[in-house]
Design a protein. Structure first.
Length: 308
């Protein structure tokens, strides 16, 4: 079931959105900014709200960047049923959602894991879905960059235990790629697979799919070069472990979530503990402030994406 990114996608008024913001949307204040990369042609409203946005222009290999929100003590999910999303961490910040939409608007691909899908089952990973108030501005930005209105949504699942009737697969609003194992593919193909969905089986004896294999499959199907990883922490940890993350966008929310003795709450990276001397070190490239939230950006120059 091959598909083209040029296919028209359907959007309606019932896009799932986050809970309304608790504070009005106001422009971010730029505190520190490097001049690395090309200035993107943000429409006037987005430029007023965010400021200038520079991104590298990769020619021969993808540029992988991630976006997360975390508490002051490093929690990215409360991991409680009904309260596991990033909205709980950001305080349903309108500015955080605005930035999420902006990054989705410039991305060719958004990659998520099955856990992230399970936490927000009615969502589709588009700029419009996260911040519909700026949908027209996001659309103009994507068009100016020569991109499809909606990025390819990639869902990673080792088991294949996901429902293909969910909106990300069945709504026709996005093209979707499911990266799974051979066993997972067999399980998925017992369902009716929508036309906008492709299932890719990675031959693995275990259920874990290497981040490099995910990226190789994405690059095979997508001509785009800007790849956004939205998690969850286990998936992001796999990308960091293989040195496949070029940049990290990180919203720092002014709350303390705390952890119990069983460590049930999730941090930015899970499933990997880096040894001394092997820890990925980032370089601060951008700092913006929105009320008491900080919007940080780090580059990781030792990324191996140039080898993909």
């Amino acid at each position: 079931m091959a598909f083209s990114h040029a296919n028209p996608l359907k959007f309606g008024v019932n896009d799932p959105v986050a809970r309304p913001a608790s504070t009005p949307l106001a422009p971010l204040k730029t505190l520190f900014e490097t001049k690395r990369g090309k200035v993107l042609p943000l429409p006037a409203k987005l430029a007023r709200l965010y400021g200038s946005l520079r991104m590298p222009q990769p020619r021969t290999h993808p540029h992988v960047f991630s976006n997360f929100v975390t508490t002051l003590d490093g929690v990215v999910s409360l991991n409680v049923k009904g309260h596991a999303s990033g909205g709980e961490i950001s305080g349903f910040s309108a500015q955080d959602r605005m930035v999420m939409g902006l990054l989705r608007a410039i991305a060719d691909v958004v990659i998520i894991g099955a856990g992230t899908l399970g936490a927000d089952r009615k969502h589709v990973w588009t700029a419009r879905a996260i911040f519909p108030e700026l949908a027209d501005d996001y659309r103009r930005l994507s068009k100016a960059l020569g991109k499809s209105e909606a990025p390819l949504n990639v869902i990673v699942t080792g088991s294949g235990e996901i429902d293909l009737r969910l909106p990300v697969f069945a709504s026709g609003k996005v093209q979707a790629l499911i990266v799974t194992t051979t066993a997972g593919a067999k399980r998925l193909l017992k369902q009716d697979v929508p036309d906008a969905v492709e299932v890719c089986a990675i031959r693995r004896s275990a259920g874990t799919i290497p981040a490099s294999a995910i990226l190789e499959e994405v690059c095979r199907l997508s001509p785009g070069k800007l790849i956004l990883v939205e998690g969850g922490p286990q998936l992001l940890g796999d990308f960091y472990a293989q040195r496949l993350v070029d940049e990290q966008f990180l919203t720092l929310a002014p709350q303390i979530a705390g952890r119990g003795t069983d460590n049930e709450r999730l941090s930015l990276v899970m499933g990997h503990a880096f040894a001394p001397g092997e820890v990925p070190w980032g370089t601060l490239s951008d700092v913006r402030r929105g009320s008491s939230h900080l919007f940080l950006r780090y580059s990781f120059p030792e990324s191996r994406t140039s080898r993909i």
